[in-house]
Design a protein around this ligand. Structure first.
Ligand code: ZN
Length: 485
C-alpha cells in the first residue's frame, strides 16, 4: 500500500491509489478540458508533415515537408472532420515519396463524416477514402474528441500515481479504426494519446499524439502544440495559431460519392505478359512454364485480392508463386500480404527484407487480414543490384535503382526477349511529352532512372515500358522525361 499521507499540492483530482475509479471522474476530466462547452472546433496552424511509408530506404524516417498551413475542423455532434494540409518542399535534394520535388504547393485533404470518408486529391478530384482510419483517429484523438469518444463508450478512468502525483488514463476504441489510451496530467489536461491504428503494412500501427503549450481560448483551456507519430517516426508537428470554438461546421459527404471498387483490366502486351490496370496502381502478370509471377502488389488487401482473382481468371490453372515488390512505399507494398497468403514468395530488395519481417510480425487485431486470420508467415527473397529469374522459357532481370532519390531500393524488371521494362514511380506513364522536358523542369528521379538505363545498357534492350502508374509507354518517353533528346 502506498503512503498517501503527505501529498502536498494535489489538484481536485485526488482519487486515491491506482485502479479504476467511478465514471464521474471522466466528467471531471471533461470539465478540466471544457469539453461540455465544445460542439465544434476550427484550428489553424503550421509546422511539419512527414509522409508515412515514403522513405527512400526502408530504415529511414518518413520524409519531411514544410506544413505551410494546417487546417483541422471537427464537429463532435455530427462525428465529422476536415483535415487540410498545404505542403511545400523541405528536403533539398528531394528524397522519398510524396510527389517530390513539390513545385509551389501540394494540398492533402481528408474528410470524415460518420462512417463515410473521402478526400480531394492533388488534381482537385473528390474520391472515397482508401482508408478512413487516420481521419477517424484524428477526429477522436483531438483534445475534446478524446473526452467525447470516452464518454460515448462509457470508458472508465484509471488513476496512476507517479512522483507523488495522480495521472489519469482512459482507454477507448473505434471499431475497425483504432484502440487508444488517453493520458491526462495531474491538472486533468490531456497530454498524450497512445493508439494502435489499422495499417496495411504495419498492422496495428503505433500512433502517438502529444499535446502541450496549453492556453485559455474563449474560457477553454486548449493546447497550442500537437505532435503525431506513426510507427517509429513523426508524421505531424504543428503549432496552432488560431483556435475557434462553436463556429458552424457543416461537413457532409458529397452527393454521388462512389465507394471504391477494385476493377482490374487485363491487357495482353505480349505472349504471356498481361498489364493489369483499372485503378491508380497497376500490376503485371508474367506467365512462366508452370506458374505465374506478378510484378507489384499495390495499395491494400482488397487490391491484392482483386489482382489475384484477375490473374486466376486470365491464366487459369497456374499458381502465383512469386510476387515482385518494386519498392517498399506503402502504396506499392500494401497488397503484398494477400499474395503471401496465397503462398507466393515476396521478392524485394534486400534492404527491405528486415523492414517487412518486422512489420509483418506485428499483431493485426484491429483489421485482421487473411494472413493474420490464417496464422500464416510470409516468405521473402531479398535481392541485390541484379537478380535473374528464369525457367528456361522466360527470363526476368531485376535491377535495383541504387542512388535513386525516390527509392534507393526500387527494382525495375526487364524482359529481354519481349523488350519490355516494368517500372514503378521512377517513371510514370501519367504524362506524355511531345519533346524533351526542359532541363530545369526535369525530376531528379527521372534523370537518375535514365542514367541508370544507359549505364546498364538497358536503353538498347527495351522498347515497351509498362509503368505502375499511368498507361503503357515507351523508352523515348523515359528519355524525354529525363530531358534527353
Ligand atoms: Zn514510391
Amino acid at each position: 500500500m502506498r503512503k498517501l499521507g503527505t501529498l502536498g499540492v494535489i489538484t481536485a483530482f485526488v482519487l486515491g491509489v491506482s485502479g479504476p475509479v467511478a465514471a464521474q471522474s471522466l466528467d471531471r476530466l471533461a470539465k478540466a478540458m471544457g469539453a461540455d462547452k465544445v460542439k465544434t472546433v476550427h484550428i489553424k496552424g503550421s509546422g511539419f508533415y512527414y509522409h508515412l511509408g515514403g522513405s527512400s530506404l526502408a530504415n529511414e524516417p518518413w520524409p519531411k515537408f514544410n506544413l505551410k498551413a494546417y487546417g483541422f475542423t471537427a464537429n463532435y455532434e455530427t462525428a465529422s472532420a476536415v483535415i487540410d494540409l498545404t505542403l511545400t518542399q523541405f528536403l533539398n535534394p528531394p528524397r522519398g515519396a510524396g510527389f517530390q520535388p513539390i513545385r509551389g504547393e501540394l494540398k492533402r485533404r481528408a474528410r470524415i463524416s460518420g462512417d463515410v470518408g473521402w478526400g480531394i486529391n492533388r488534381r482537385g478530384r473528390t474520391q472515397a477514402s482508401r482508408s478512413k482510419a487516420p481521419a477517424i483517429h484524428a477526429l477522436w484523438t483531438s483534445p475534446h474528441g478524446v473526452i467525447k469518444a470516452a464518454q460515448a463508450a462509457g470508458a472508465r478512468v484509471t488513476v496512476h500515481r507517479s512522483k507523488g502525483q495522480n495521472f489519469y488514463h482512459v482507454n477507448f476504441a473505434k471499431a475497425g479504426a483504432f484502440k487508444a489510451r488517453a493520458h491526462f496530467g495531474p491538472d486533468g489536461l490531456l497530454r498524450k494519446v497512445t493508439a494502435r491504428l489499422a495499417n496495411e503494412v504495419l498492422g496495428d500501427m503505433r500512433a502517438v499524439t502529444t499535446y502541450s503549450d496549453y492556453k485559455t481560448v474563449d474560457g477553454i483551456t486548449f493546447p497550442m502544440r500537437m505532435t503525431l507519430s506513426y510507427g517509429p517516426y513523426p508524421v505531424l508537428d504543428v503549432r496552432y495559431s488560431d483556435v475557434k470554438f462553436n463556429l458552424p461546421a457543416d461537413i457532409k459527404p458529397p452527393k454521388g460519392l462512389k465507394p471504391r471498387r477494385q476493377r482490374v483490366k487485363a491487357d495482353k502486351v505480349a505472349d504471356g505478359i498481361w498489364y493489369l490496370t483499372g485503378g491508380s496502381h497497376h500490376s503485371v502478370a508474367i506467365e512462366m512454364a508452370d506458374h505465374v509471377i506478378v510484378y507489384e502488389a499495390p495499395l491494400n488487401a482488397a487490391r491484392g485480392e482483386a489482382v489475384i482473382a484477375a490473374v486466376k481468371k486470365t491464366i487459369p490453372g497456374k499458381p502465383i508463386r512469386t510476387v515482385i515488390n518494386s519498392h517498399h512505399h506503402f502504396d506499392h507494398s500494401g497488397g503484398l500480404r494477400a499474395f503471401a497468403a496465397e503462398g507466393a514468395t515476396i521478392v524485394t530488395h534486400r534492404t527491405n527484407k528486415p523492414f517487412f519481417v518486422k512489420a509483418y510480425a506485428a499483431p493485426r487485431t484491429i483489421r485482421p487480414d487473411r494472413m493474420a486470420r490464417e496464422g500464416r508467415m510470409a516468405t521473402f527473397l531479398g535481392v541485390g543490384r541484379k537478380h535473374v529469374i528464369s525457367d528456361g522459357t522466360r527470363r526476368i532481370e531485376l535491377y535495383a535503382l541504387i542512388g535513386n532519390p525516390h527509392s534507393e531500393s526500387n527494382l525495375i524488371a526487364v524482359l529481354p526477349k519481349e523488350r519490355i521494362m516494368l517500372v514503378a514511380d521512377a517513371y510514370s506513364g501519367r504524362q506524355f511529352a511531345k519533346k524533351p522536358v526542359p532541363k530545369n523542369r526535369v525530376n531528379p528521379t527521372r534523370a537518375h532512372l535514365w542514367r541508370t538505363l544507359v549505364r546498364l545498357g538497358i536503353d538498347k534492350r527495351v522498347d515497351t515500358v509498362l509503368p505502375i502508374h499511368g498507361r503503357k509507354s515507351n523508352l523515348q518517353q523515359i528519355r524525354w522525361s529525363a530531358g534527353v533528346k
